[in-house]
Design a protein around this ligand. Structure first.
Ligand SMILES: CC(C)(COP(=O)(O)OP(=O)(O)OC[C@H]1O[C@@H](n2cnc3c(N)ncnc32)[C@H](O)[C@@H]1OP(=O)(O)O)[C@@H](O)C(=O)NCCC(=O)NCCS
Ligand SMILES: [Zn+2]
Length: 229
């Protein structure tokens, strides 16, 4: 099976010169973000998407036709799609990550681990009873990371299917953080899915899902050189 390519960028890779490559719809989203860090995350994500696709599809960056139509409201802020490639974007903290696969739908999620979260109250809205009980068995100091690992595994799955936060995450039951990543059960989806945890440093958790019966090989790339030119 063809490998999944995972491209990692940082907010520090954002440069004003990259804004000129955005489409009109992307520029209006970029301008609507109030915080510089949100602008940078969006800009770096959109630029990785366009430049990697231009390379793979042998097009100029301007010729890459992206569609981000939101199924709920029709605006250009939904899952990004393009003919000839499956992809998924995520950003958190100073990290931006994009996954690409030529045929199978992928979902990716990176999250900055916030040690100040209250994992128990978050668990009540996003974990099943089984997962919440498993989480409670972790040492209190390990719970923020453990919760975030559950979260990224679940988000990766619902981003691969395109449901996003419309899915009830309590029903998307994944394996415990100290177990190999897997979707244990989701009554609303009966197709194939494989999960992979991605190394993202001690401050972050990250996971990749692919709608396939085979655990993919993952090839990771640093997007910094791609964003420099
Ligand atoms: C997808 C979603 C789970 C992202 O959550 P998040 O943790 O805040 O953000 P992440 O950084 O991990 O992911 C953001 C990326 O997800 C992608 N995305 C948006 N909707 C998506 C969906 N339904 N499925 C998969 N990916 C989606 C976008 O590419 C976005 O990046 P970009 O806007 O920079 O291109 C969440 O925003 C969602 O479900 N949105 C759709 C539903 C919604 O908000 N509807 C209301 C608008 S009318
Ligand atoms: Zn919308």
């Amino acid at each position: 099976m063809t490998a999944v390519e995972v491209w990692w960028g940082r907010t520090a890779d954002a440069r004003p010169g990259l804004v000129g490559e955005l489409t009109a719809a992307e520029k209006s989203r970029f301008n609507a973000y109030a915080r510089d860090e949100d602008k940078s995350r969006f800009l770096v994500g959109a630029t990785i998407v366009r430049r990697v696709l231009a390379d793979k599809l042998e097009l100029s960056p301007a010729a890459v036709q992206l569609d981000r139509t939101c199924p709920d409201c029709g605006r250009q802020h939904g899952k990004v799609t393009v003919d000839g490639m499956q992809l998924s974007v995520s950003h958190s903290g100073d990290r931006i990550v994009v996954a690409f696969h030529p045929t199978d739908a992928v979902g990716i999620d990176v999250e900055l681990i916030n040690p100040a979260i209250d994992p128990e109250s978050l668990a009540s809205v996003s974990l099943s009873d089984l997962e919440a009980a498993e989480l409670a068995a972790f040492e209190p100091t390990a719970r923020a990371r453990a919760f975030t690992q559950y979260w990224t595994r679940k988000e990766a799955v619902v981003k691969a299917t395109g449901d996003g936060i419309r899915a009830d995450l309590r029903k998307v039951i994944v394996s415990a953080p100290d177990q190999p990543p897997a979707l244990r059960e989701w009554s609303e989806y009966d197709g194939p899915v494989r999960l992979v945890d991605l190394p993202a440093g001690v401050e972050y958790a990250a996971a990749l899902a692919i709608l396939s019966e085979h655990t993919p090989e993952v090839r990771s790339f640093d997007a910094a050189p791609l964003l420099r030119s």
